[in-house]
Structures are given as structure tokens and as C-alpha cells.
Design a protein around this ligand. Structure first.
Ligand code: NI
Ligand code: MN
Length: 226
């Protein structure tokens, strides 16, 4: 399969004729190489309700009849917007036709800002484990460091992990390097940095803190064959 990074927290997986997009924040994402009107995802996975993760989900899902996977409250909200959504909760897994998805904890917020200056809280933020073609990919979503990352790694051998390093809203580089150790992931790619001034980081400094050969900085559009 092909796994590619597209700036901020956007990850695309192409496997067995299916395209899966995680956190498709394309419009307004100054670091992405993607164009929203060219995307044809079969599946969209959304880690939480913040705009820099929900992104273009509603428009993409409506246009492509994509299946959207998110926590139960966010999925219910998206269903009301006319989207085909599948709700899950943390700790639960489900076997979809493209592979297995399991939601993991994430320590963060999940309030969606409305045009009326209101914040709607849409369940719990999540990370996601995706197992397909015998490989497991972990996308941590937005989260601080927590010791149960060790449990996630013990229960699921992780081939590829996407970890936020931006600091301020999520783990910074030091905590993310510790997270990589807890998870025991074979390969770690930094995400959620440099998109906005408060999350400016040097991703190479982060990968230099990891065990030799584990870290890999991906440019927007760059692919890992898994
Ligand atoms: Ni967030
Ligand atoms: Mn975010």
C-alpha cells in the first residue's frame, strides 16, 4: 500500500483500490499539496471536531459518497449534515471492507466553532489504529503524551506512526520522542507542525531524538510504501 503525508495532519492511504483520507484539512492548509476538488476518498477518518482536522470532510464526503468514520457524537453530527457516517467510541474496533479501524484515547479538545460564536462539543478526541494488508498504522490525532501509549504499542505492533510534534496544542518534540519509545513503532513520521506560528518546529531535530532509522520526515506529497 501507499501511505502519503500532505501537510499538517493529513494522511492518505491507498490500498487495494481504496483511498482513505485521515483528517482532510485541505482548504486553508498552507502546507498541503492536495487540491480539495481533486480528492476522491472512499473513506474519511476524522480524529476530532477541530477545523484543522474536520477540514473539507463534509464537502468531500457529499461529493464522493465517502464513508466517514469518527467518534459517535461527531459522526452523528456529520450524519445530520447529510454525510454517510459510522460512529465509534474509544477502545472499540470495527472490521470495514478495507481493513480494521480502532479508536484510541487522545488528550485534547473537540469543540467545533460555529458561525454564531458557539462551540459545540463533539464527543471525545481520538487517535486511530488502522490495520490493513497485515500492517498497522497509528495516527495519534491531536494529543498530549500519556503513558497508555505503551499499552497501545503492547497490544498492537505498529508499523508506522504519525505523531504530532507542534507543541502548544499537542505534544512537543521531546514528549513525542518519548511517545515513540512507548509505542515501539517501527517508523515514526512527525505531523502537526509549522502550519501556524505557535506550532513552529524543526522536524529533523525531532527525528534525531529517535532510535536510529526510526524517524522519517515526509514532505507534503511524499509516499511511504508499506
Ligand atoms: Ni485539535
Ligand atoms: Mn489540530
Amino acid at each position: 500500500m501507499k501511505v502519503s503525508y500532505h501537510g499538517h495532519s493529513v494522511v492518505k492511504i491507498e490500498s487495494q483500490g481504496k483511498t482513505i483520507l485521515i483528517d482532510p484539512f485541505i482548504t486553508g492548509n498552507g502546507l498541503t499539496d492536495l487540491k480539495a476538488d481533486e480528492q476522491k476518498p472512499d473513506v474519511i477518518i476524522v480524529t476530532h471536531g477541530h477545523g484543522d482536522h474536520l477540514g473539507d470532510t463534509i464537502e468531500l464526503a457529499k461529493r464522493n459518497d465517502s464513508l466517514v468514520i469518527a467518534n459517535f457524537e461527531l459522526a452523528t453530527y456529520l450524519g445530520w449534515q447529510g454525510v454517510n457516517a459510522h460512529g465509534m467510541s474509544i477502545g472499540g474496533g470495527y472490521d470495514f471492507d478495507f481493513g480494521r479501524v480502532k479508536l484510541t484515547p487522545a488528550f485534547h479538545g473537540t469543540g467545533l466553532e460555529t458561525e454564531n460564536n458557539e462551540i459545540i462539543y463533539l464527543g471525545m478526541p481520538a487517535g486511530v489504529l488502522i490495520t490493513l494488508e497485515g500492517k498497522t498504522i497509528y495516527h495519534a490525532g491531536d494529543t498530549g503524551l500519556f503513558s497508555d501509549m505503551k499499552l497501545i504499542g503492547d497490544r498492537h505492533p505498529i508499523d508506522l506512526a504519525f505523531l504530532p510534534i507542534g507543541d502548544n496544542f499537542t505534544m512537543g518534540p521531546d514528549d513525542a520522542a518519548y511517545a515513540a519509545k512507548l509505542l515501539g513503532a517501527k517508523k515514526v513520521v512527525p505531523i502537526h507542525f509549522n502550519t501556524f506560528p505557535p506550532i513552529k518546529q524543526d522536524p529533523h531535530k525531532f527525528t534525531s531524538m529517535l532510535e536510529n532509522g526510526t524517524g522519517q520526515v515526509l514532505e507534503a506529497g511524499e509516499i511511504i510504501e508499506l
